[in-house]
Design a protein around this ligand. Sequence first.
Ligand code: HEM
Ligand code: HEM
Length: 187
Amino acid sequence: MTTSPLPAAHPDPAHYDRTTIMFHWLTVFLVVGLFALAETWGFLPRGTPTRRLLQSLHISFGLAFAAVFVLRIVWRVCRGRRLPPGSSGLLRVASTAVHGLLYLLMGAQIVLGFLFRWAQGEPFTFFGLFDVPTLIAIDHEQRRFIGGLHDTVAWTIIVLALLHALAALFHHYVLRDGVLRRMLASR
Ligand code: HEM
Ligand code: HEM
């Protein structure tokens, strides 16, 4: 007998759907990669070709991240399987708050990334394939302020994501419930 995907009205409570899982792990890869690129070029002297390459990779992957983020939200709102919280009481409040904050900060980081590039007034391309037009003219003087905010939000996302990952591991190894497993594999 073949197993068909469960209809949305009767979601499998043990797992998220494949697309939600794919979006989650793609987001993890992109967020960690974007942060690692920025931290790496921080060690390189200004203006060197390698530093410039890492910066342009950050911007191209940043654009990919923006697209993934929008698609993920659309999927979550329209079709994605939403499961009941994996914990109760205070833990439930904390996990809902952290998930909401992560979405909020990722959205803010994308907006700041665009504003930062427009304030820098330098090339803004997706792997050299097309240019992103300047939709909002930003004073060049604002670039330090916007850059500082982009950096602070980056660190906040990384610290929150780390706590969130530790909580997932705590569920798996200490509470021994299925919370991590439901974001790992789907039927
Ligand atoms: C969660 C996702 C992201 C993280 C963690 C992140 C992190 C960072 C960090 C830590 C810096 C260095 C800031 C500084 O030292 O002042 C940076 C720079 C930058 N980011 Fe992001 N970023 C993300 C998303 C984006 C997006 C979506 C864009 C726009 C498409 C973007 C555009 C930029 C630009 C233009 C710079 C400056 C590059 C340069 O100096 O030439 N970032 N980012
Ligand atoms: C940059 C890193 C990460 C970000 C930005 C992130 C973001 C998120 C968000 C926003 C959700 C809520 C999904 C929803 O209900 O719409 C979520 C769920 C989840 N994440 Fe992450 N995550 C990250 C890393 C990780 C890591 C490393 C792990 C595992 C060690 C993990 C395990 C989980 C699990 C198990 C859930 C489902 C929780 C539940 O069903 O209550 N995440 N993540």
